[in-house]
Each structure stands twice: as structure tokens, then as C-alpha cells.
Ligand binder design. Structure first.
Ligand code: CDP
Ligand code: CDP
Length: 226
């Protein structure tokens, strides 16, 4: 048996982070939430009143940020920036509204990808994001592309917001998801797309556990391949 690397990509609300967390837990792997890294940068840029268009200032902010993803006992990931814990503040609507523009810049992506590849060197990692199978870990032994209808994804995000007592409205949530999907899919650098060798899983009508069992089954087969 040998550890493999698992890449999970897909649009917002397709179930990537929930599933990635559980798969990592099941296989005793490390879960790396790459979206949280882009969100942390966006949060810091907003704090510094730097425009999402200002690539030069954004890269400067990023270079001064040491981002650590700390795995909690419950499998959740705690983001630390220069030792300071960031929680709900990286998931606000304000951050969500700007994160796709911030992450579209070439130099930002180059820096983030280099950091993510460094984290994956130890092997036995599950990374989720938009460009993992295509750019970050093109050699990952297992690539998953998760999708679900936009209605279902908006409903999930809305319910999640309500559960976490964040202000939410289903129509606005759906519009925001569509807008972000469009930006992530159409950006010139590392757009969201399915890698040729990825396994596609439509989670619209599938329970989380079912998807986790499916992925762990394939992962265990790969772990036992020569
Ligand atoms: O959880 P949710 O699907 O809402 O988003 P996320 O995974 O936290 O990612 C937030 C944003 O970061 C995405 O909409 C992308 O613009 C960007 N992102 C990216 O460009 N590349 C990644 N590998 C991960 C996230
Ligand atoms: O990471 P991503 O944005 O792709 O989605 P997520 O944050 O993992 O999932 C969004 C919400 O959908 C969470 O509240 C999950 O519990 C829920 N979900 C679901 O109901 N059924 C699935 N098959 C996957 C996720």
C-alpha cells in the first residue's frame, strides 16, 4: 500500500470541501482547502483597501502572508495567517464577492500553486479547488470533478448560510454562484474545467456519504496499484 494524492475540482456548492474532508479523514490523509487560501488573501486585501484589480499590491500582500492550514480534530481546517486565526471572516459575502477577481491574476496563481505543490510533496493529501487536477497536481493518481445543478448548489449554500446564521437569500445566492462560476470558468489562466483523466461525479441527487464511499473505494484501489 502506498499513499496517493487526490485532486477534487468543481464549482461552488458541488460538495468538494465536505467530501474532501471526509475522504481525508477516512484515509488518514491531509486535507488542503485551496479556496481558503484565496479567501484569506482576499480578506487581507479588503482590510488593506487594495483593489481586486491591483495585481502588484495583491502579490505584495500575499508575499507577506504565511498561510497555514491547521487540521482540527473534527476534520475542519483552521486558517492561520502569520499565526493569526481566521474563521468566519473569510466566508462573508464581501469576501465571496471579490475572491474570483483576486484569484484570476497570473502572479497570484503562480504563487498559490507553488505553495500548494509544496504542501502536497509529503503525499497522502486531498486538495480541493478549481485547478487542482489541471495545474496544481497534474500527476495526481486520483482526480475527481464534482458537479451538481446550479439550483441544488444554491439551495445547499443557502441552507448552510442559514445554519451558520449568515444573512442569506436564495435568489441572490444563486445569482452570486452563477457569477462566480462564470468568472472561474472563463478566466484565461487556469480556468475551472474537468481534467481529461478526472472521474466526474454529479452530486445533485447523491448523499455525501455515498460520494465519500465511492471516492474512497477508487482511492484504495489506487493505493494498492504498483
Ligand atoms: O467553497 P466555495 O466553492 O464557495 O469556494 P472556495 O473553494 O472557497 O473558493 C473560492 C474562490 O477561490 C473560487 O470561486 C475561485 O475563484 C478561487 N479558487 C481558485 O481560483 N482556485 C482554487 N484552486 C480554489 C479557489
Ligand atoms: O466545497 P463546495 O463549495 O464544493 O461545497 P461544500 O461546501 O462541500 O457543500 C455545500 C453544502 O452542500 C454543504 O452544506 C454540504 O453539507 C452540502 N452537500 C450536500 O447536501 N450533498 C452533497 N452531496 C454534498 C454537499
Amino acid at each position: 500500500m502506498h499513499k496517493i494524492n487526490i485532486a477534487i475540482d468543481g464549482p461552488a456548492g458541488s460538495g468538494k470541501s465536505t467530501v474532501a474532508k471526509e475522504v481525508a479523514n477516512e484515509l488518514s490523509y491531509l486535507y488542503i482547502d485551496t479556496g481558503a487560501m484565496y479567501r484569506a488573501l482576499t480578506f487581507r486585501a479588503l482590510q488593506a483597501q487594495v483593489s481586486e484589480q491591483d495585481e502588484q499590491s495583491l502579490i505584495q500582500i500575499l508575499k507577506e502572508m504565511e498561510i497555514t492550514l491547521e487540521q482540527q480534530r473534527d476534520g475542519d481546517v483552521q486558517v492561520l495567517v502569520n499565526g493569526e486565526r481566521l474563521g468566519e471572516e473569510i466566508r462573508t459575502q464581501t469576501v465571496t464577492a471579490k475572491v474570483s477577481e483576486v484569484s484570476a491574476h497570473r502572479r497570484i496563481r503562480e504563487e498559490m500553486v507553488a505553495r500548494q505543490q509544496q504542501l502536497a510533496k509529503q503525499r497522502g493529501v486531498v486538495l480541493d479547488g478549481r485547478d487542482i487536477g489541471t495545474y496544481v497536481l497534474p500527476g495526481a493518481e486520483l482526480k475527481i470533478y464534482m458537479d451538481a445543478s446550479v439550483e441544488e448548489r444554491a439551495k445547499r449554500r443557502h441552507l448552510e448560510n442559514i445554519g451558520k446564521q449568515r444573512p442569506s437569500d436564495i435568489t441572490t445566492t444563486k445569482e452570486e454562484i452563477k457569477r462566480r462560476d462564470g468568472l472561474d470558468r472563463e478566466r484565461p489562466i487556469a480556468p475551472l474545467q474537468q481534467a481529461e483523466d478526472a472521474v466526474r461525479i454529479d452530486t445533485t441527487n447523491r448523499a455525501i456519504e455515498e460520494v465519500v464511499v465511492h471516492i474512497c473505494g477508487i482511492a484504495r484501489e489506487k493505493e494498492n496499484e504498483d
